[in-house]
Design a protein around this ligand. Structure first.
Ligand SMILES: CC(C)(COP(=O)(O)OP(=O)(O)OC[C@H]1O[C@@H](n2cnc3c(N)ncnc32)[C@H](O)[C@@H]1OP(=O)(O)O)[C@@H](O)C(=O)NCCC(=O)NCCS
Length: 229
């Protein structure tokens, strides 16, 4: 069906210009290389395939986080959300985690979601750090508003970064927002933000050639353990 571009122009929100996130590579505790790069809009259909199986895993709140992330990625793909970005983590081409968020305005960032598909390697933690790095160092924002949807998330973000409490309603609903300020970011940076640039050409080619998605059985085992512990 042909799009009515006049109506489409009304339905599509305005978006702020966003500087790109420079890709980096992180050596994980198991020696494997995690490439963190900004996803392109055309990557979304593959990313949705990676997120989809998580919709049915209730352990550690994977279901609700995956459902929301799925909707947000689709909204970006279909031009129905303002100024959203997504960073993807890949090992040997496979998607192992995702983070997304958006610019509210020039100064304020809104953190949306963090999803680690491979676990026990702090991949979620590294990707969240990359997201904060993007907002503060590359988008040059003053603060990022964050809400936790799971106890692990609360431990990883609110406690590890010592985030400030606020009474600001977060766009995701739920509890009040916590705030990462520039000062908190730079205080945590040496401990939590790692990675090397530039990404070696072979790793970059592997990450951008194919966005590989692990099969559903393997994904279930990685997230919930062999017996769904
Ligand atoms: C929160 C999240 C992104 C953190 O990712 P991460 O930093 O890579 O951490 P992991 O999930 O691998 O591990 C978290 C803890 O659970 C343990 N764990 C639980 N199930 C595990 C499994 N199947 N395999 C390995 N570790 C597991 C880890 O040992 C770790 O313990 P630690 O905190 O003492 O280090 C990730 O847990 C996730 O995607 N959760 C579901 C969505 C979510 O809650 N997002 C954040 C919303 S605020």
């Amino acid at each position: 069906m042909a799009l009515d571009m006049e109506l489409e122009a009304v339905l599509r929100p305005p978006v702020l210009e966003m500087k790109p996130y420079p890709p980096k590579v992180i050596t994980l505790a198991n020696g494997k290389k995690l490439v963190v790069r900004q996803a392109e809009r055309e990557d979304v259909p593959s990313l949705l395939k990676a997120v989809h199986p998580c919709l049915f895993i209730s352990r550690d709140y994977y279901d609700i986080v995956a459902a929301r992330l799925y909707g947000e990625l689709l909204a970006w793909y279909r031009y129905r959300v303002r100024s959203e970005y997504c960073l993807v983590g890949q090992v040997e081409g496979y998607v192992v985690g995702l983070v997304n968020g958006r610019m509210v305005d020039e100064k304020v960032g809104m953190s949306y979601h963090t999803l680690a598909i491979d676990r026990g390697l702090r991949i979620g933690s590294h990707l969240f750090a990359a997201k904060m790095e993007y907002h503060i160092e590359y988008l040059e924002q003053d603060e990022v508003l964050i809400v936790a949807e799971s106890p692990i998330g609360f431990r990883r973000w609110m406690i590890e970064y010592g985030l400030e409490e606020t009474t600001i309603q977060h766009e995701l609903g739920g509890g009040d927002s916590y705030r990462l300020t520039r000062d908190l970011y730079f205080a945590s940076r040496p401990r939590l933000v790692v990675g090397d640039r530039p990404v070696p050409q072979d790793l970059w080619d592997q990450a951008t050639r194919d966005l590989l998605v692990i099969d559903e059985k393997a994904l279930n085992e990685k997230i919930a353990g062999l017996k769904g512990r």
